[in-house]
Design a protein around this ligand. Structure first.
Ligand code: CO
Length: 475
């Protein structure tokens, strides 16, 4: 394979501040640099989706749809990329197909040009409805359909497994395949093999896009090895919010490739004003307590325990609440066992919490003496299918009261809900745009609070709310 120009996606407007600073960057902190970023020559700018939607409504008094439209006003050349959790959209449950379709339609209509979608369990059926909608509303080059593999390690998660899954996604309609290594579990030589295999087996026009983090310090090595194996696009974040728990920094990679056949064509000097600007934004986020400098350093725990950083801190919190901090080592030993029992789900939201909590209960109360409702749902297939075999004994425990195992696509059990949701938002007197129904569908309480505030801003009726732009209502 011939070495070729490497394309870069910059995540400074989404994953970078989600990873480092609880997704608290405001639109007004992005706006001054948008025209400049649009001129750099990036493949895309990841700027929407993920936790930004929730954060806009919950903490920032921003309508996420307004944010998207405002981003689009500036980003005329560079596609806006978003992250979508398949049937979960940007929320935390499965939504009915009509809500999924409307969400994708509105995302594209308001300016998204690349949709990266993934399913926590790598069940392609959980991506079907969104892929179909992207193909419908994004045709004619309007929106790229980028399906992601949730990368994880286990005896069943071999390179062959991932390549087979990627080909399935390609057959479903994916234009790009992303390797999504959210926990930085991928290792440089594995990345080389995986990218080589994907490039060999996927269609020539299918781009392979790599997304990793630098949590354990291997991110730049992963990117460099993937580039030598022929990866088309890699994700980076401008250095003020890059590295550590975020994505590897943009400038070092651009410099490393300069003058080589992989040259990104990006001019680092042109980036300097943005680097200086986001340094100030990072300082503001740190001053306001959203950015703990610890996120910038290397944490090798994931390499040691194969447990994502976020999951480890959750485990420690749960044990602390129970006054059993001394049980951490036992819990860390229990996690791989519980994970094996439920068929090796990747440890990402929500499976990381489900496996983590069950592991804590197993250690504190005895193995499967108490089973959480969510763990049972996962065993019953309500979240989708897993790659491995489930432990028969545990399945028996979860079906002891006649519970049925689900083998169909989980969303087939949901009936349409968009019309009912529309009526609800109208009845409450908050309906201004169709998009409001989607905000409400995803985050009913948080959106209601936001709508109240928005109405108060316009009418001055609720003076308390209008006077308190920094309000955070309990949810
Ligand atoms: Co990420």
């Amino acid at each position: 394979m011939q070495a070729k120009k490497v394309l870069i996606t910059d995540t400074i407007l989404r994953d970078a501040h989600q990873s480092h600073a609880a997704t608290r960057m405001k639109f007004e902190e992005m706006e001054p640099m948008l025209d400049l970023l649009d001129d750099i020559g990036y493949y895309s700018l990841e700027a929407w989706g993920g936790a930004t939607f929730d954060s806009c409504l919950r903490f920032l008094n921003e309508d996420p749809w307004d944010r998207l439209r405002n981003l689009k006003k500036h980003l005329k050349k560079t596609p806006i990329q978003m992250l979508l959790r398949g049937q979960n959209l940007l929320g935390y449950r499965h939504y009915a197909d009509d809500v999924v379709e409307k969400f994708v339609e509105k995302s594209i209509e308001n300016g998204v040009g690349v949709i990266r979608l993934f399913d926590a369990l790598n069940d392609p059926r959980n991506l079907e409805a969104s892929v179909n909608a992207i193909k419908k509303y994004g045709k004619g080059g309007k929106c790229v359909c980028e399906c992601a593999i949730s990368y994880t390690t286990s005896p069943v998660h071999t390179t062959e497994y991932f390549v087979k899954f990627a080909k399935q996604l390609e057959d479903m309609g994916a234009d790009n395949i992303c390797i999504k290594d959210m926990a930085n579990l991928l290792l440089p030589f594995t990345a080389y093999d995986l990218v080589k295999q994907l490039k060999a087996e996927l269609r020539p026009e299918t781009k392979v896009h790599l997304h990793t983090h630098n949590t354990t310090g291997t991110g730049d090595m992963i990117n460099l090895m993937a580039i030598q194996a022929g990866v088309d696009i890699v994700d980076c974040a401008l250095s003020p919010l890059g590295n550590g728990t975020s994505n590897p920094a943009t400038e070092p990679l651009v410099a490393a490739l300069k003058g080589t056949p992989y040259d990104t064509g990006i001019d680092i000097e042109k980036l300097l004003p943005a680097v200086n600007h986001f340094k100030k934004v990072a300082a503001r986020l740190e001053k306001d307590g959203f950015l703990n400098p610890k996120v910038r350093s290397i944490d090798i725990n994931t390499l040691l325990y194969q447990v994502p950083g976020g999951m480890l801190s959750n485990l420690m919190n749960q044990l602390k609440q129970a006054g059993k901090e001394d049980k951490l080592t036992e819990c860390l030993a229990e996690v791989p066992k519980v994970r094996k029992d439920c068929g090796y789900p990747p440890l990402v939201t929500p499976s990381s919490q489900i496996v983590g909590t069950q592991s804590v209960w197993n250690v504190l109360l005895g193995r499967y003496k108490t089973i959480t409702a969510q763990f049972k749902d996962m065993i019953l297939g309500k979240y989708g299918a897993v790659a491995g075999e489930k432990n028969e004994e545990v399945v028996k425990l979860c079906t002891a009261n006649g519970e049925q195992i689900i083998t169909c696509r989980p969303a087939d059990l949901l009936s349409d809900e968009f019309e009912e949701l529309t009526n609800k938002v109208k009845e409450m007197g908050f309906y201004e745009q169709e998009e409001d129904v989607l905000s409400y569908a995803l985050f009913p309480e948080v959106s209601t609070n936001f709508f109240k505030w928005r109405k108060a801003q316009k009418t001055g009726v609720d003076s308390d709310m209008a006077k308190n732009p920094d309000r955070v209502y309990p949810v």
